[in-house]
Design a protein around this ligand. Structure first.
Ligand SMILES: NC(=O)c1ccc[n+]([C@@H]2O[C@H](COP(=O)([O-])OP(=O)(O)OC[C@H]3O[C@@H](n4cnc5c(N)ncnc54)[C@H](OP(=O)(O)O)[C@@H]3O)[C@@H](O)[C@H]2O)c1
Length: 397
């Protein structure tokens, strides 16, 4: 896997620094006992620090809570705390901080639930506020961790033996069609491409790739909007897919300060609702492999990409959560850096600019090679893939 690096997150222990009670201003609909404890432990004077408290799954209203928390922070101390039991949301704050030097934020993730030791540790972390953005995970015993990264390698396990139909959402997109071509050429898999045909234009290179794929036989194209469950159910009725590669998604830039909850939700829909819908429409018992296409922006901040980052963070969390109901299926969330050679970033000319910022792209061929390796190693995992020598990844502690 030369020219690229594949990264897996691990936990590094951390302890809270000097801490003091803040005049917390609690926002959000996370667990009521957690909100009550935070509220009760607040100091009585000083500039208010908003604490957004969310639950274990991201809900539509949570977009509004995050934006409100940011607005209160901007108008006051510049500081923001996010506490949640699994919903996520920190990637939006990370981008907001990167865009506005007056803001700082800490995301406190209670991965073992809001147990008394975890809440006590959360209050200690919330009371100390460093500059920039920080993510801390606290387990049920109150032990705290930050994320570290190691690069990993995977063998390719006999792809020729792979059979059956694999659904590729966003299959007529720049990357989806290459995924289909690679799987058709290197395995016994028959691709089923699902895309919203009426919505966007299909580019010339995708037309050419589709023609090649069709001429090799065994390829199906389905027309459906992944955000519409009825449409997805109709086109997938009576099909039995053994794998899903979820590529459907939109990229749109915009500063977090001008984001609205509806714009955040619009970017989340094809990724998160789309995943939920395809999983609801297929025979789950037959499914052996789920791979979702997320973005590195969910892990390291990129100015102007906050809404996209959040959509991809929620996709990663949904992918890992889906594994609970898919015991026979490896569920892998892959968070890619920009691809060169195909895809939106390539089309929009963003690769050159990224290179100049120290982000070498993921060459198409090398990316597809990683995908094949992941496809043949069905474990539940979350991985980041970058170009080799990326100066922006892994992000600092
Ligand atoms: N390109 C990169 O460098 C890169 C890097 C990291 C992650 N990713 C992720 O990888 C995935 C594929 O990216 P790409 O570059 O191939 O993008 P792309 O060329 O725009 O392909 C995305 C495809 O998804 C389709 N789609 C969007 N919303 C849909 C919906 N509601 N129902 C059905 N289909 C829908 C699009 O159709 P329309 O054209 O009709 O909208 C398009 O064909 C995306 O999720 C992207 O976020 C890409």
């Amino acid at each position: 896997m030369n020219r690229i690096a594949v990264w897996r997150a691990h936990r590094v222990p951390v302890a809270p620094d000097r801490s003091e009670a803040r005049p917390w201003f609690v926002i959000g609909a996370g667990p009521a006992p957690l909100r009550a404890v935070l509220h009760a432990s607040a100091a009585r004077s000083g500039p208010a620090v908003p604490v957004v408290v969310l639950g274990d799954r991201f809900r539509p209203d949570d977009n509004e809570f995050l934006l409100r928390g940011l607005a209160v922070a901007r108008a006051g101390s510049g500081r923001l705390v996010l506490v949640h039991t699994g919903s996520g949301g920190g990637s939006l704050l990370n981008c907001a901080v990167a865009e506005d030097g007056r803001l700082s934020a800490i995301e406190i993730e209670l991965s073992g639930g809001a147990t008394p030791p975890a809440v006590e540790a959360a209050i200690a972390f919330a009371g100390h506020h460093a500059d920039g953005y920080r993510h801390v995970e606290i387990d049920g015993n109150g032990n705290a961790w930050r994320t570290g990264w190691s690069d990993v390698d995977f063998p390719c396990v006999d792809p020729a033996r792979m059979r059956g139909e694999v659904l590729i959402t966003g299959g007529l997109g720049g990357l989806g069609i290459r995924v289909a071509g690679m799987l058709r050429a290197r395995t016994g898999i028959r691709p089923v491409l699902l895309d919203d045909l009426g919505r966007g234009e299909i580019s010339g290179d995708v037309h050419a790739a589709l023609a090649r794929l069709k001429s090799s036989g065994g390829t199906t194209v389905l027309d459906a909007d992944v955000t519409d469950l009825a449409q997805v159910r109709t086109v997938l009725a009576a099909r039995q897919v053994t794998g899903i590669v979820h590529c459907a998604g939109d990229v749109r830039g915009g500063f977090v300060a001008s984001a609205t909850a509806s714009r955040l939700a619009a970017l989340q829909a094809p990724k998160v609702t789309g995943l939920r819908n395809v999983l609801a429409a297929v025979d789950r018992g037959a499914l052996r492999r789920l791979i979702t296409f997320g973005s590195i922006t969910a892990r390291s901040p990129h100015s102007n990409m906050g809404a996209y980052a959040l959509a991809n963070e929620l996709l990663r969390r949904s992918t890992i959560a889906a594994a609970d109901d898919l015991p026979g299926c490896g569920c892998t969330a892959v968070e890619w850096s920009l691809f060169s050679g195909a895809g939106q970033a390539h089309r929009m000319g963003a690769v050159r600019q990224a290179r100049s910022m120290g982000m070498p792209p993921v060459p198409l061929q090398a990316g597809m090679d990683v995908l094949l390796r992941l496809f043949t190693n069905p474990s539940t995992d979350s991985l980041a893939v970058t170009g080799l020598g990326d100066r922006t990844f892994p992000p600092g502690p």
